[in-house]
Design a protein around this ligand. Structure first.
Ligand SMILES: NC(=O)c1ccc[n+]([C@@H]2O[C@H](COP(=O)([O-])OP(=O)(O)OC[C@H]3O[C@@H](n4cnc5c(N)ncnc54)[C@H](O)[C@@H]3O)[C@@H](O)[C@H]2O)c1
Length: 140
């Protein structure tokens, strides 16, 4: 069974991705520090054996025991209100968080990954744009 890591799993997009990948027959590892997310979004998954959850800040480091086949990186505050409330955490997750996930990819044996960060917020705040660009540059 393929195993996918979803960061930002308790958020809006991440929680739907967890649902979708469980439905598609994947084992799903959700990771989230709940800074803007809510466990209510994924509580229905806790009874499913193929779902695991780590309450963890990806800006610090990323490690998941066992093999991971795919990574979907959706950990990031997503609204201008949150950017202004928690600007440092937003910058850290877009830069250090992305860097840590890339490092985790590099340490895995199977280099077969998706690393996604949607760029909608590039048009909102300059500093957020810089963070997303930093994440995109690190990915390249
Ligand atoms: N919602 C949209 O319509 C939309 C559209 C395009 C792009 N995006 C992008 O998708 C991503 C997620 O958006 P969303 O709407 O799901 O936001 P969200 O706030 O609902 O979810 C983000 C999740 O990331 C978690 N998180 C934040 N920092 C973290 C960290 N350091 N470590 C671990 N978890 C952390 C939060 O707790 C939250 O659960 C963002 O990058 C956003 O810019 C969102």
């Amino acid at each position: 069974m393929k195993r996918v890591l979803v960061t930002g799993a308790a958020g809006f997009l991440g929680s739907h991705l967890c649902d979708r990948f469980i439905k598609e027959g994947f084992a799903v590892v959700g990771m989230d520090n709940l800074i803007t997310g809510d466990l209510k979004n994924i509580e229905h998954l806790f009874k499913i054996g193929e779902f695991e959850f780590y309450n963890h800040d990806v800006s610090k480091f990323v490690h998941v025991p066992g093999n991971i086949d795919y990574i979907l990186h959706f950990a990031s505050p997503a609204s201008p209100i949150d950017y202004l409330k928690i600007p440092i955490q937003t910058l850290k997750v877009g830069s250090l968080g992305t860097h840590n996930l890339l490092w985790f990819c590099a340490c895995q044996k199977k280099p077969e990954y998706w690393l996604l960060q949607h760029p909608r917020c590039m048009v909102t705040l300059w500093c957020i744009r810089k963070t997303k660009i930093t994440g995109a540059t690190l990915t390249l």
